[in-house]
Ligand binder design. Sequence first.
Ligand code: GTP
Ligand code: MG
Length: 374
Amino acid sequence: MATPGEFTLRAYLNGRMDLSQAEAVADLIASESEAAHTVALQQLRGGFKNEIQRLREELIHFASLVELELDFSEEDVEFADRGQLKALVLKIHGFIQALLQSFALGNVIRTGVSTVIAGRPNAGKSTLLNVLLNEERAIVSDIAGTTRDTIEEILNIKGVQFRLVDTAGIREAQDQIEAIGVARTMEKIGQASIVVYLWDVTGMTLSEVYADVQALYRPGLKMIVVCNKMDRNPYFDTDWLLAPGSEGIFPYLKGEGEAIPEPPAFMHELAGIIALSAKNEQNIEYLKEKLFEAGTGGALNLESTVVTNARHFEALQKAGEALQDVLTGLDTGITGDFIAQDIRRSLAYLGEITGEIGVEDLLANIFGKFCIGK
Ligand SMILES: Nc1nc2c(ncn2[C@@H]2O[C@H](COP(=O)(O)OP(=O)(O)OP(=O)(O)O)[C@@H](O)[C@H]2O)c(=O)[nH]1
Ligand SMILES: [Mg+2]
């Protein structure tokens, strides 16, 4: 009987693939979206391995310069100019930082983007969920407070998974169950990467919209304001939410004729303001584009290396910290043997990624997760 991951383990032990490639086999099997598949395949083909290899070579080159100096320490010579050494370390450090930063995108690709649809009762949240999914998933009715629990479904946009959450409308709850639903909505918003705030363009004043957005907004959150039920208010213009001192004629908007409120500063930090009609399926594609943009940071560049594995991320982080110590060492002018130690530490962490350094206990952990016969 083969044990879990045995064939991949053998390929690794026989030097046919490195550890990062072996892990990519597992990622490939587990991949549920096109983007995850692409990234795993790239890693399997050795993309990530080569990147780490290049970093190691640069580091080894650097280490040899420092160690050479150590060998001749009696003679008090310096083979490598300290300024040059520093430039080299900074370069390697920069590579590591870039890889570390790619982990955010790696997470998006591997686990998807949690996206919450929130707003007041009857705004059309469940209608929007259904239209996005192209399926009658949630109950829609004109009774305020129809959705009481959260409903989660996956939407695939251009190969990336968005975990959509439809929520109970936010208001003063009328009973205990609704109160639990609203509490759950707030909890989901707290965990979300993207919040789609939906409001009915025939039912609210601009001041009410600003107040709602402010209540849900937090710095770093990607928030898209969706002005729904456009079909019932064809004059509506999204600029009304941003342009101070517009004419003050907001046909059909609640509060028409009232003083125009100044748009608060956070309105300019939103990931998008879109007018659409969920019921008539108008402008839905544009919302999907905005979601994709907010979720992936624009274009999804899978050509360059993307770190998707938490183990790799941690090893890179530690390798980066060791290099930071090298930099501090160079700045404070400590002796070469201490610097060499930090370089070796950094090398060891990089070696953990590819499996070139003793990682016995890691192996059981990685291959144990495979199923038998892979
Ligand atoms: N005219 C028009 N009506 C819409 C639109 N979107 C939703 N509606 C209607 O608005 C009502 C409420 O829609 P829902 O999708 O149930 O609203 P909700 O935000 O999920 O409401 P709760 O679950 O109660 O919080 C329904 O009668 C929908 O048909 C739209 O774009 N135009
Ligand atoms: Mg609903």
